[in-house]
Design a protein around this ligand. Structure first.
Ligand code: AMP
Length: 418
């Protein structure tokens, strides 16, 4: 299945590629492009942006339109406002930084995403200018996928561009429903979305073998669907992080006070059995860095992951596990990484995640295709300054996860329908 739920055959691949080139071939001269971006960036108490990755990722899309002689209307959500307009969630806090990122470009702000202000300001836009609309989620209609609200938004632009991969898994008014109000030739993915889709499809439908999936993070329950889906595609699955201990305990091993979801143990066993019958190698961490408490100043030592004493918890994979995982990674031609190997936010438990990031970078240097996507592993490669040493780092956490779970993403389907 492709991202839009269509089947994986050659014809579909060709259609996908044709669709992909739409944006670059489109001449935006004198057009008003209405772009759904994902500007849901983290802000501190002073409203400074603490990580602008999502903004920088979409700048090439905006610049191409401006260079063509078009104008840009940006729409996004920010946070989870519950009761309509709230200063805390206003996109006005992003205007200054957006101006910095765009350089010599006029950026205006409309303090409402629909209504008179938005209509007037978008109508007055001249080629080369940018208008940022206020938070879409100030209207409940956005998340409800309300068609009338989507239609109002659609009236602001001539062309709809979806560059918000981060919300592609939501059937919201601005991410999916709106597409029906534009003819096929006037709706398309932006450059970021194109890249996300192409790279994700490469891993899921065109992976060179050996294909290793590295799955980590806290909970098995969050990653069950992705593991199940990958069982039909990967040759090797590395399981690290807190979730590994459920797999050990399910096999009757002692894991001390490590994270465990007892109710998921039967499922963990099922996965191990299914992998065996499919010939997929599952790699669990043989040893762990264990701690006497979940804290940065905990006492630590190393022991086998399947024999952790009571009062101690595994908070990172150990040296043997690193060596074993590294060997598997270096033999791979395709690598997908989702989720850290340990509590990498604390220095004492960083080594596993950092070593795996280095191994993925090394494999990439040797010619493997590597995609890091869906959650904290992205934060980890950024933290270790390795993001430019892997083939692709996805900006879409939940969206990428759902894609790798094999789900149809409404934001993609709405455009591909034509
Ligand atoms: P996820 O969002 O599911 O990818 O989980 C990421 C979180 O898992 C990070 O905040 C890590 O600190 C946490 N994590 C990773 N390994 C462990 C572990 N062994 N015990 C507890 N938490 C962990």
């Amino acid at each position: 299945m492709f991202l839009d739920g269509t089947s994986n055959n050659k014809q579909q691949t060709i259609n996908t590629k044709q669709k992909m080139s739409t944006f670059s071939n489109y001449n935006f001269s004198n057009k008003k492009a209405l772009i759904r971006v994902d500007f849901n960036v983290p802000l501190n108490d002073q409203f400074d942006i603490t990580d602008d990755t999502r903004m920088t990722a979409t700048i090439p899309t905006i610049k191409k339109i401006l260079l063509d002689g078009g104008s840009v209307i940006l729409m996004s959500h920010l946070g989870r406002p519950k009761d309509g307009p709230t200063d805390k969630y206003s996109l006005k806090h992003l205007v200054a930084h957006l101006k910095n990122l765009l350089g010599e470009v006029e950026v205006d702000f409309a303090n409402d995403c629909i209504g008179e202000v938005a209509i007037q300001k978008s109508a007055a836009l001249k080629p080369g200018q940018v208008l940022l609309l206020e938070n879409l989620r100030f209207y409940k209609e956005e998340e409800k996928g309300d068609a009338a609200f989507a239609e109002k938004l659609s009236k602001l632009g001539d062309v709809y561009v979806n560059d918000a991969f981060g919300t592609a898994h939501r059937a919201h008014a601005s991410t999916a429903v709106i597409a029906q109000f534009f003819p096929a030739e006037n709706k398309m993915f932006g450059l970021l979305m194109e890249a996300e889709v192409l790279n994700a499809e490469k891993v899921m439908h065109d992976a060179q073998k050996p294909f290793t999936a590295i799955i980590g993070g806290a909970k098995v329950s969050d990653k069950i669907l992705i593991i199940e889906n990958l069982l039909n595609r990967a040759t090797d699955i590395i399981i690290g992080g807190g979730m590994a201990y459920t797999f050990w305990k399910a096999q009757g091993k002692i894991i001390g006070n490590s994270l465990c979801e007892d109710d998921r143990m039967p499922l963990a066993l099922e996965i191990l059995e299914k992998a065996k019958s499919l010939g997929v190698n599952i790699h669990l961490p043989m040893d762990s860095t264990i701690a006497d408490k979940f804290a940065a100043d905990a006492q630590t030592t190393n022991c086998e992951s399947y024999g952790i004493p009571s009062g101690w918890m595994g908070l990172d994979i150990g040296q043997k596990a690193v060596a074993n995982f590294r060997e598997v990674i270096l033999k791979s031609k395709t690598i997908l990484w989702n989720g850290p190997m340990g509590v990498f936010e604390m220095e004492k438990f960083q080594n596993g995640t950092k070593s795996i990031a280095l191994a993925v970078a090394e494999a990439t240097k040797n010619g493997a295709f590597s995609l890091v996507g869906g959650g904290d592993s992205v934060a980890a490669v950024n933290m270790f300054h390795l993001s430019d040493q892997v083939s692709y780092v996805s900006t879409g956490g939940g969206a990428m996860l759902e894609y790798f779970e094999g789900k149809k993403l409404p934001g993609i389907a709405a455009i591909k329908k034509g």
